[in-house]
Design a protein around this ligand. Structure first.
Ligand SMILES: *Cc1c(COP(=O)(O)O)cnc(C)c1O
Length: 394
């Protein structure tokens, strides 16, 4: 054989821990709290809207490249309704194949080979691969445990910026730690971006899943830092907010030049996707406030249920202010290798979790931590908590 087929840019991304852990869940019959997808579907009326679109022949052929106008308008209205942000649906909104494509296309459209991209570590698994595909160099800034939560060190972020830094890839609410950046942290990032001539791509897919405090889009700081408007690209998607992770309908909002750069890459990745679902998501975004309150309150209760179970079983639990996930430290159980722990957990306790180390470049920092998803039915979480308590609590 000559050289291995997978190229050097992607060599380190050949297999993912999610595939390994999901296979373990299947072969052992363990409860899968690894991958973050809900085990119930989104609202009936939104599913019906998708069926209607499909039957009426809306979106069954290639929709417009930037997304159907109904959805682009609904996204603009949503940004205005929840955050007072104003975007032109024609030039400042782009529909993508989920947040995943929005992230990849943003990086491909905005990053030159050799540019440095700062990302908050631990990070969502597609970030490292997206930066690599764009030929960028990733520069992790590590969130560190501080009492019950993980915190960003502003000095560490400032110190990570060099003359080669092009972009900060932000994620709030943050997967996997559940940290929600507060106004002071966001203001500091806004100021830094303007001072050091940086772009910020901000992944806000958990914007409606905040249990303590509030979600504040970075883009709202353009009031205080007017230059920011030309620098921030906001990403979100329907998957997490509406329990339709399989639909893969996402979007970006931002200044026309930024959105055009993303569109330039996006048109050669998928061009378009999810035609009929785009119409349904337009309706979903217009659901009354009560929908958004209910999904948040429901997930807050699930967070509390699983967190209490994990604490009872002996884990150190970091309280997530948002997202689908709770991070734990396994050292109180007498363990310190999260990867070995997660490989053994299905046999030992009948539960699947993800070792946090896979979300780090500094793998030793994440080594004793393990992430559990709580976006599951309450009875599933109760069962998992009971299994963990039996396996570990003495
Ligand atoms: C789930 C997730 C995504 C991917 O969203 P899709 O719309 O399914 O592509 C992106 N970022 C984070 C932080 C996520 O947790």
């Amino acid at each position: 054989m000559g050289r291995p087929p997978l190229n050097r840019r992607l060599a380190e991304f050949g297999t993912t821990i999610f595939a390994e852990m999901s296979a373990l869940a299947t072969s052992t019959g363990a409860i899968n709290l690894g991958q973050g997808f809900p085990d119930t579907d989104g609202p009936e009326e939104v599913r019906e809207a998708a069926v209607r679109a499909l039957r009426d022949g809306r979106g069954n052929q290639y929709p417009p490249g930037p997304g159907v106008p109904e959805l682009r308008r609904a996204v603009a209205e949503h940004q205005s309704r929840f955050y007072g942000l104003s975007y032109d649906p024609d030039t400042e909104v782009l529909v993508t194949a989920g947040a995943t494509e929005a992230l990849a296309a943003s990086l491909l459209g905005l990053v030159e080979p050799g540019d440095e991209v700062i990302a908050l570590e631990p990070y969502y698994d597609s970030y490292a691969a997206g930066i690599a595909m764009a030929g960028g160099t990733r520069v992790p800034v590590t969130l560190r445990p501080d009492g019950e939560r993980y915190r960003l060190d502003p000095d560490e972020l400032r110190a990570a910026v060099t003359d080669r830094t092009r972009l900060i890839l932000l994620n709030t609410p943050h997967n996997p730690t559940g940290t929600v950046l507060d106004r002071d942290e966001l203001a500091m990032i806004a100021e830094l971006a303007c001072e050091r001539d940086l772009l910020v791509v901000t992944d806000e897919v958990y914007e409606h899943l905040v249990y303590d405090g509030e979600h504040v889009p970075l883009a709202t700081f353009a009031d205080r830092f007017p230059e920011l408007r030309e620098r921030v690209l906001t990403i979100s998607s329907a998957g997490k907010t509406f329990n339709f992770t399989g639909w893969k309908v996402g979007w970006v909002t931002g200044a026309p030049e930024l959105v055009s750069a993303v569109r330039a890459a996006k048109q050669y990745l998928t061009f378009v996707s999810a035609g009929p679902f785009q119409y349904a998501v337009a309706e979903a975004l217009r659901l009354p406030d009560s929908y958004f309150a209910e999904i948040r309150d429901d997930l807050r209760a699930k967070r509390d249920l699983l967190s209490a179970g994990l604490a009872d079983a002996g884990f150190r639990v970091f309280r997530p202010a948002g997202t689908y996930f709770v991070t734990t430290d396994i050292r109180p159980l007498g363990e310190n290798d999260g990867i070995a722990f997660c490989r053994a957990l299905p046999e030992r306790a009948g539960v699947v979790a993800i070792p946090s180390a896979v979300f780090y470049d500094h793998t030793e920092t994440g080594a004793p931590c393990v992430r559990f998803a709580f976006c599951k039915r309450a009875e599933v979480l109760r069962d998992a908590a009971e299994r963990l308590r039996k396996a570990f609590a003495h």
